[in-house]
Design a protein around this ligand. Structure first.
Ligand code: ATP
Ligand code: MG
Length: 255
């Protein structure tokens, strides 16, 4: 489908179209439609922009990945179609591995996501030869060269259960989640409350800048980061945005 560029919701429609295309290609699970819709709703009430708290988290996330020994980017169907190319680019700059990990498991879908990502020129792990103990969902199935041994995992559009287990396994978790109320958002070490389509390009820019920094400078960025503050600011941003819209409605009523 061609979406006219002049459409006021062009960006949002392009994302929807990518998700629908992903369903047709067998990359996105049907449930991915629902997850995307929840994300869209939060993006709407955040004003569809990268707030200061998101940029702060994106910077701290990149610093954390650059400091890590085994950083891994975990990719599911939705993240692959929305930001696969950018995630691969980021992985190269910060020297992270890319691994396919999905909730609604099938070897066929794993392979499809792997081939899709390889088109962007990155090496993709998807051996499914190890398990994360303590997790019942298929998210437990991982690659022994990737998430299993990772010290830092970037998990865009994650499920709360696995986020919890990754933490129990002693890994630092960086989540990209538009819902600051989700279990994932509250459980991650660094929560990026931003749309993945804006978050990853922002992270690429930070990565280009920060890769020339000393370890001590990167450590300082991580040390001064406060995830509780970020979450509080995200919820406040939603509240303020809604109040602003409500007051405009009131003014409109007067005239
Ligand atoms: P949790 O299990 O963490 O409480 P959940 O069950 O509400 O979360 P899931 O379906 O497990 O959510 O995961 C999808 C999450 O991804 C949702 O919180 C949704 O807001 C978020 N999401 C969807 N699309 C995007 C996007 N484009 N960018 C960032 N986040 C997104
Ligand atoms: Mg969930």
């Amino acid at each position: 489908m061609t979406i006219p560029r002049s459409h006021p919701r062009y960006q949002s429609l392009v994302q929807r179209e990518k998700i629908v295309e992903g369903i047709k290609n067998g990359i996105v699970a049907l449930q991915g439609l629902i997850a995307h819709g929840r994300g869209e709703a939060f993006d709407y009430i955040l004003g569809e922009k990268s707030h200061r708290f998101a940029l702060e988290a994106e910077k701290a996330a990149v610093a954390t990945m650059l400091l890590a020994k085994h950083p891994v980017i975990s990719v599911n169907g939705n993240s692959a179609v929305l930001a696969g190319k950018e995630l691969c680019e980021l992985s190269k700059i910060v020297n992270a591995k890319v691994e396919v990990n999905i909730f609604h498991f099938s070897y066929e879908r794993i392979q499809k996501i792997k081939s899709f990502l390889e088109k962007f020129g990155c090496e993709v792990l998807a051996a499914c030869d190890a398990e994360l103990a303590g997790l019942e969902s298929s998210r437990r199935i991982v690659d022994s060269r990737g998430i299993l041994i990772a010290d830092v995992v970037l998990v865009p559009l994650e499920d709360g259960d696995r986020c919890e287990i990754l933490k129990k396994h002693g890994k630092k978790v960086i989540a990209i989640d538009l819902n600051p109320l989700s279990r994932t958002a509250r459980m991650a070490d660094i929560t990026i409350v931003d749309n993945i389509v804006r978050a990853v390009p922002n992270m690429i820019n930070f990565a280009r800048e920060l890769k020339n920094f000393d370890r001590s400078e990167l450590e300082e960025i991580v040390r001064s980061f406060d995830n509780r503050k970020v979450l509080a600011e995200a919820v406040k941003a939603i509240k303020e945005y809604l109040e602003e819209v409500a007051s405009k409605f009131k003014i409109d009523q007067k005239f």
